[in-house]
Design a protein around this ligand. Structure first.
Ligand SMILES: [Zn+2]
Length: 272
């Protein structure tokens, strides 16, 4: 029997009635007890978190989507990486149990990295339950509606020289280079985001979709997965304390709402 490393359920989940599951794997800010005091000073503010997404997308549940949000920090285990930790990108990246921040600085104090048993424990007690819920919820949605859409919601700092050049476009839509969703859905979603003239859009640019998008997007089986990597400057202060900036957020939220509504509308027309 493996020792319990986490004391609370590893996710929050709210089931909806529509054919859409919204997943937020990087919003967790709780630090498991065994990691207390071990993160480096640079990592302690949890700067690589996808901050405030539940608040930014707080309309999703009201539109009928099921919503799944991670509780624990990605420095315990990254839910958007494969369980065998195969590299997701040919360029620089971070792994299943990140030991560095996006900018390359150590995530843990010297000698305080996760032990093998801790890594295995987080995989079993955090990663597997989250993925189990994605799988069972998609299965339930397909049984109920004949198809399902999975939206994996992310956000990231606008400039991370180690990971990408220059300043990231505001909207980065990823469908595993077209493999994870019907092309008509992707085009419809892209057209909604293009209407936001003050923002730039990249489709399958630097961010083509992480493990979740690639793993669950099976258009042939009527499961369509899309990722949106949103530049954090659209709604928050990108430096600590990483606060939500309502004036910015209220400018982008109508487009995000339109984006989610377009998923629901498209499914009703084409998904079944
Ligand atoms: Zn993310």
């Amino acid at each position: 029997m493996t020792k319990a490393l986490v004391s609370a359920p590893p996710f929050d989940f709210r089931a909806g009635k529509a054919a859409l599951l919204v997943s937020m794997p990087h919003v967790g800010t709780e630090i498991p007890e065994c990691m207390a005091g071990r993160l480096s000073a640079a990592c302690e503010p949890l700067g690589d978190t996808d901050w405030h997404l539940p608040r930014l997308y707080d309309f999703a549940a009201g539109l009928g989507a099921s919503v799944l949000t991670a509780r624990y920090t990605r420095f315990a285990v990254d839910l958007n990486r494969p369980p065998d930790d195969a590299p997701l990108y040919a360029t620089a990246t971070t792994g299943l149990h990140p030991d560095i921040l996006f900018d390359g600085t150590p995530a843990f104090k010297p000698g305080q990295d996760l032990q093998e048993a801790e890594r295995a424990g987080f995989l079993e007690q955090v990663w597997r339950p989250y993925h189990g819920r994605i799988a069972s919820e998609l299965e339930r949605i397909v049984a109920a509606h004949g198809y399902a859409i999975l939206f994996d919601a992310h956000s990231i700092a606008s400039e991370i020289p180690r990971l990408f050049e220059a300043t990231l476009p505001e909207f980065n839509l990823g469908t595993a280079d077209g493999a994870s969703a019907d092309a008509r859905l992707t085009e419809r979603l892209a057209s909604v985001l293009r209407e936001a003239r003050e923002y730039r859009l990249a489709v399958n640019g630097r961010f083509t979709g992480g493990y979740i998008t690639r793993r669950y997007g099976r258009p042939d089986e009527r499961v369509h997965a899309v990722q949106l990597e949103l530049a954090q400057r659209t709604y928050m202060n990108e430096k600590a304390p990483y606060d939500y900036v309502p004036a910015r957020a209220e400018r982008v939220r109508p487009f995000l709402r339109g984006f989610v509504e377009a998923m629901l509308d498209w499914g009703r027309g084409h998904g079944a």
